[in-house]
Design a protein around this ligand. Structure first.
Ligand code: DGL
Length: 273
């Protein structure tokens, strides 16, 4: 299919973690406009029930479509992808990209032993989304999955090094270390910010895989295939919204994403009503 479309890409996450995906999308698709919502007023999603996360995800995705005219939605959160991807794909009038399937594909391309690990929030791991996605990509892979409650909170506090986080990582990653995997998927968009600690605990023989780049490539392919790529020659506009403390979102988010996050505005839930 051919065609062009200058509407923005819509993206959401429970907070800051999806900025790893936003960074990759800005780098891979520099001319596309982007609207990102960080639902920091309601994070973390990880410990919440799947039905509650699904409702939040629907509200955010519909707001991006209705209030911001998004041409495609990127669910830049593993917990929301695991809980809501099927529903969003079925009900939204625009294509939806999740981080789960691209992450599973990246993991299968990285491993040589076919013994792999995935870590994520309690919601993501207990949903079985990665277990299903990996089985579809390559059913011969052996997967060890571990939930890492507490990692997100460390990242959101800006605490990505130090004894406390190392001790927690040693405890939570012990089953994956014992399983002697050769590749570990960071199945939570916050975890790339802890990659130094995770890598030290896993050891030099384990490659860490993040789904951010693979998701950006999947989005680029989708926009091209569906005729939704922009025709603009100008650098894209990037809009950042938060349901929580907007100043904090802009200040901390800029440190994570870079200068494109020069300011943030309030996402009002009522906009989507
Ligand atoms: N960003 C979410 C994810 O990728 C995790 C953060 C949260 O628990 O809200 O799973």
């Amino acid at each position: 299919m051919t065609g062009t479309d200058n509407r923005p890409i819509g993206m959401f996450d429970s907070g800051f973690g999806g900025l790893t995906v936003a960074r990759a999308v800005i780098d891979v698709l520099p001319r596309e406009d982007l609207v990102y919502i960080g639902d920091t007023g309601r994070y973390p999603y990880g410990p919440r029930s799947a039905s509650e996360v699904r409702e939040f995800a629907r509200e955010l995705a519909w707001s991006l479509v209705k209030d911001h005219n998004a041409k495609a939605i990127v669910v830049a959160c593993n917990t929301a992808s695991a809980a809501a991807f099927d529903e969003l794909s079925a009900e939204l009038p625009v294509p939806v990209v999740s981080v789960v399937e691209p992450g599973a594909r990246a993991l299968s391309l990285t491993t040589t032993s076919k013994r792999v690990g995935v870590i994520g929030t309690v919601g993501t791991i207990s949903s079985g989304a990665y277990q299903r996605a990996l089985a579809e990509v390559d059913s011969s892979m052996e997967l060890i999955a571990a939930a890492c409650p507490g990692f997100v909170e460390f990242v959101e506090r800006g605490q990505t090094t130090g004894d406390e986080v190392v001790l927690l990582a040693e405890r939570l990653l012990a089953p994956v270390v014992a399983a002697e995997v050769d590749a570990l998927l960071l199945g939570c968009t916050h975890y790339p910010f802890l990659s130094r600690v995770i890598s030290d605990v896993m050891g030099p023989g384990v490659v860490l895989v993040s789904s951010a780049d693979e998701t950006a490539f999947a989005l680029a392919d989708l926009l091209k295939a569906t005729g939704l790529a922009t025709t603009s020659d100008a650098v894209g506009q990037h809009t950042f919204l938060s349901s929580g403390d907007v100043e904090w979102f802009a200040d901390f988010g800029r440190r994570l994403l870079g200068p494109e996050l020069s300011s943030a505005s309030r996402w009002n839930r009522s906009q989507s009503d």
